[in-house]
Design a protein. Sequence first.
Length: 296
Amino acid sequence: MQNGIVPSGRPSRKKYWNVGADTLYFTINDANYWYEIHGKGAPVVLFHGFTGSSGTWSHLIEAGKDQLQFITIDLPGHGKTKMSNPRTMEACCKDISHLLDTLGYETVHVVGYSMGGRTALSFAMAFPERIRSLTLESASPGLEVEETREKRAVNDEELAKRIERNGIREFVHFWENIPLFESQKDLPAAIQQKIRKERLEQSESGLAMSLRYMGTGSQPSWWSMLHTFEKPVQLLVGERDEKFVSINKKMQSFFFSCKLIEVEDAGHAIHVEKPDVFDKLVIDYIKLQEQLHKEK
Ligand SMILES: C=C(O[C@H]1C=C[C@H](C(=O)CCC(=O)O)[C@@H](C(=O)O)[C@@H]1O)C(=O)O
């Protein structure tokens, strides 16, 4: 067996340790994906955002673990997931499909925040048959116009170089002060510190790789495919997040069918700023989809 791939070609699974939940590394080729399984019930895969990790979902997991089974995955370049070769969005989605195969999940609900929302949508576009429902928080389908994508890729590269040159502390200070996160300054200092701590725990090389290979400028545009996706979709966007309110209103008009909810007085990171509201929207939506599926 070489690099975790067994002769049959199926990825192997190495158990490193268990820290309470069913916490394992999933090894495929050069990549060790860190994932956690919490709770019991219908399976729900959770994808964090750029500079985040699975810990961002702790409030949702605590609220729903008696009704749903949450599978959190640290995405390439983030958290405890480690790999020597970068993953494009397409390659990451293929790895995630193998991970779900190995864990025995044929179909799942998927929830993604921001970059994790782009990942969730990309996974749904690649493997629509695996999706029970899709909840996208402050996400986008990528950039529709090629020239805009190319310009964004240049910006992402410049940001990646800044992280590598100046280090994680300078980047996090810059990042937490971009206009997109202005609403987070109204949060209690302890919550702001928790967000900052999670960001500071990321590696310069990991974030730079994420920007270069899974950034908004490098992923495909899904705008022209949204109308083909016929599974249930819920779009969540913060009322104060003007840029993504506009993007998600446009997404709603492109999707075959979807529900768009603007969360009052919330910014980009709804699950951090309005956790109780976010948890209820996600859990109730997934339970409803499970009920409707049973009634079919
Ligand atoms: C700043 C822009 O784009 C970034 C904004 C949000 C995404 C994200 O995951 C941030 C998560 C967080 O820090 O809480 C990120 C991404 O999708 O990779 C974008 O780069 C913008 O104005 O579009």
